[in-house]
Design a protein around this ligand. Structure first.
Ligand SMILES: [Zn+2]
Length: 252
């Protein structure tokens, strides 16, 4: 059976921005099975469509982007700006973990520009710890508990900075230079967001923002394009850098 990586991020396009290159490389070079989950369907991500319609559109965009690399997209059906660390969210993520059974999980930095990202990070971290515990949410019809806590990684925060604008340097970077075009194609599947970001954030170049950030992270470690990570190394989580061993680490 193929090894599995699961990303648990807040919104449908976060994976394509923050860790898409890493996912592409794992799928292509290591034959890993890739699962991409978003906590919400991005129901507030439009000035044009109502919540139900934009949710439908964005889930399709997420599924299309995932399909480009043979990955599977999951939506955990929470709501934008209403992602909380609570039992419902924790159960949804735990259920998914017990279903797809990843060896590696990528989530958001615990310090991030918006609470949806920060809450997602806490929920993912807690679920990774909880999913192997047989008594946790027992008798809720989940799959069997995981054999062990998966390797947990935090992707770069958006623009690599915390809420106070301080830099959050990665512990290591993955070279994504050879797959930047595919990463861009995945992001381009989120067509609805190019319009919305232009209107709401004044960000005119959706794809360029991703590319610029990947180039900036690349510059910090001496390659054209890169993605940065920190590993969760708290007590009882795996301590070896499996992701780094699989794809190699680049640094200056
Ligand atoms: Zn997001």
């Amino acid at each position: 059976m193929a090894d599995v990586i699961l990303t648990i991020l807040a919104h449908p396009d976060d994976a394509e921005f923050l860790c898409g290159g890493t996912l592409i490389r794992l799928a292509r070079e290591k034959n890993w099975q890739v699962h991409i989950a978003s906590m919400t369907a991005g129901d507030c991500g439009s000035v044009q469509y109502g919540p139900e319609e934009i949710s439908r559109i964005r889930k399709k965009e997420g599924a299309d982007a995932a399909a480009l690399i043979g990955a599977t997209y999951h939506c955990l059906e929470e709501h934008d700006l209403l992602v909380f660390y609570n039992e419902r969210a924790l159960e949804r993520v735990t259920r998914l973990l017990r279903e797809v059974r990843p060896r590696i999980v990528i989530t958001h930095s615990a310090s991030a520009y918006m609470p949806d990202h920060e809450m997602t990070s806490y929920v993912a971290r807690a679920a990774a710890f909880a999913a192997p515990a047989p008594n946790f949410l027992r008798d809720r019809g989940h799959g069997p508990p995981l054999e062990r806590i998966p390797h947990l990684y935090y992707a770069d925060a958006v623009e690599g900075k915390d809420t106070l604008g301080r830099a959050l340097p990665p512990a290591f970077c993955v070279d994504i230079s050879k797959v930047i075009e595919t990463k861009s194609q995945m992001l381009a599947c989120h067509a609805s967001q190019r319009d919305w970001l232009r209107k709401h954030h004044g960000m005119d170049h959706y794809l360029n923002a991703m590319r610029d950030w990947s180039a900036e992270r690349g510059k910090s470690c001496g390659v054209p394009f890169a993605e940065g990570y920190r590993q969760h190394l708290g007590h009882s989580y795996p301590q070896d850098n499996l992701l780094g061993q699989l794809l190699g680490i680049v640094s200056r």
